[in-house]
Design a protein. Structure first.
Length: 189
């Protein structure tokens, strides 16, 4: 019998104001559109802009009994502070996707750098780095389908969703083919 492998835990971290909480909510809404169960939590410092901001997401086809991440399957780090704080997960084999535009660190695999902020700026809206990043995350990991993510965006913004959908598509275009197989994180060092 194949072991159950549908449970996914994602950790998104960066700076307040980068839209990571919205990004996690959009991923959650996309997963719900795929008939999955979801828990989404967030944490941010007293500074609404500039302080560390994190969003956690658990996606599963079955009931979620424990509502906190124990060991993420994927980490997205958009700042140096976030990358430094969560780089420890790479030692457990957890893939970490980070923004090379805003980080000085260049950790070894399973850490993968992408110029999220630079590309978002080149596409005309640096503030949409969150959408670009989750587009790549969805395409690279398969945690949700790109079409579900775009549907979640349309549900939220209606007729004004086109630019946001394009940003998600641009993020997906950064991802190499085929999607990366996510091995569930081992909570043991």
């Amino acid at each position: 019998m194949k072991p159950y492998n549908d449970h996914r835990e994602l950790l998104l971290a960066g700076s307040g104001g980068q839209g990571l909480i919205l990004a996690a909510v959009l991923l959650a809404e996309a997963a719900i559109l795929e008939d999955k169960r979801v828990v989404q939590t967030q944490s941010y410092g007293i500074a609404t802009r500039g302080g560390l901001s994190t969003a956690e997401l658990i996606i599963d086809s079955r009931e979620i009994l424990f509502q906190q991440i124990e060991c993420p399957d994927v980490v997205l780090a958009l700042t140096d502070e976030a990358l430094k704080r969560y780089a420890i997960w790479a030692k457990r084999g957890v893939p970490i996707y980070y923004d090379t535009t805003l980080t000085e660190l260049r950790p070894d695999p399973p850490c993968f750098g992408y110029p999220f902020t630079k590309v978002a700026g080149e596409l005309g809206n640096e503030r949409s780095v969150n959408l670009l990043a989750i587009g790549l995350l969805a395409a690279r990991t398969g945690v949700v389908h790109i079409e579900s993510l775009k549907a979640a965006i349309r549900n939220r913004w209606g007729k004004r969703s086109a630019a946001n959908e394009r940003m998600v598509e641009a993020g997906a275009d950064l991802a190499p083919d085929p999607p990366m197989d996510i091995t569930p994180c081992s909570s043991n060092f």
